[in-house]
Ligand binder design. Sequence first.
Ligand code: SF4
Length: 438
Amino acid sequence: MNAPAPKISFVSLGCPKALVDSERILTHLRAEGYELARKHDGADVVIVNTCGFLDSAKAESLQAIGDAMAENGRVIVTGCMGAQPDEIRDKYPNLLAVTGPQAYESVVAAVHEAVPPAHDPFLDLVPPQGVKLTPRHYAYLKISEGCNNRCTFCIIPSLRGDLVSRPAGDVLREAEKLVKAGVKELLVVSQDTSAYGLDTRYAPSPWRDREVRAKFYDLSAALGELGAWVRLHYVYPYPHVDEVIPLMAEGKVLPYLDMPLQHAAPSVLKRMRRPGNQEKMLERIRHWRTLCPDLAIRSTFIVGFPGETDAEFEELLAWLKEAKLERVGCFQYEPVRGATANGLGDPVPDSVKAERQRRFMEAQQAVSLRLQKAKVGKRLPVIIDEAGPTVAKGRSKYDAPEIDGSVHVAFRRPVRAGDIVTVKIESADAYDLHGVAV
Ligand code: SF4
């Protein structure tokens, strides 16, 4: 008789990129015969994949480690916060191990040491596409790790290092497996998607009967051949982004661009060390829209950056009203420890930051509402995320999971999660659409 399989309890915190790391670690451990436990209590070991981007995320990570220590006591910590082990060890000296981001082998080795694997080679323990923590019909596809930019508000490069791109052939084979296993939507993620391949000088690698270069355009086009929705996230506004817009117009890649712009005042962009010509950015957006009229742009902005003046904020607000972006998030600047930006100007008082965020979101809501209302009466393809008894919840091509709005769909014939149905839109608010499956 086989010994019972060792059990792992897993906590995954942070961004979609961290989620991809968690999936990799779990896929590896499942292949070795480990099972996933639902609770910390009763698991042989707990792994906490942490996020260390903002101080609030660090606090959440420390809390999760504390909970795991209290409920189980045998805890391995990995992820972004693992790059600062002293901070964690000071608080929790009895952890089994602390490893940094991308340290899959060290996490697996620490698990082996804590509880050896009980691998049964006759059992096929892992589904061909690996273990997914996201619902089966969409999956995140990580194309690179790290970043060569040095935005002054960001400490990711110091946590995750410079850009390291995966060969295009590897990414495409993973994407193919996911699609074969039923995934309908591929969400391309990285720290800087449009820089893909810069580190390998766009080295070609074999896929199917040809070579594909590790280049943003080439990879996007090849992913577009797989028959799934392809959504591009974390696209930095380099000039060559223009090249993928025709792929969107041709329906190969979703007409959706997640492009964090962070600010619009050239003086603030300069202090942020981001590309500074927002007049040109407006022109580019206009041009993209002539090439692909239904392009949806999602972006995020920071208000209250050190030294941000009233005039700079007003410039941002005017730009926002002019640009008419479909989806926008706004964050108050948070002085992350170690970020160069903290020394670049006087801190903006919290009350001013909050007021600017409120005014920013108010302006954007008016823009969003107008753009959403223009969709009423249209028939849109919608991917179903959750099927209820009479109303299902899904998303249009213009909405990414977890960050954008939903489409609430009334239906007569039953629908299932992962189905793509045509929906006639009947009403809209600033975030969501409502309609009927036809
Ligand atoms: S591009 Fe993104 S990950 Fe890279 S330094 Fe800037 S904010 Fe950080």
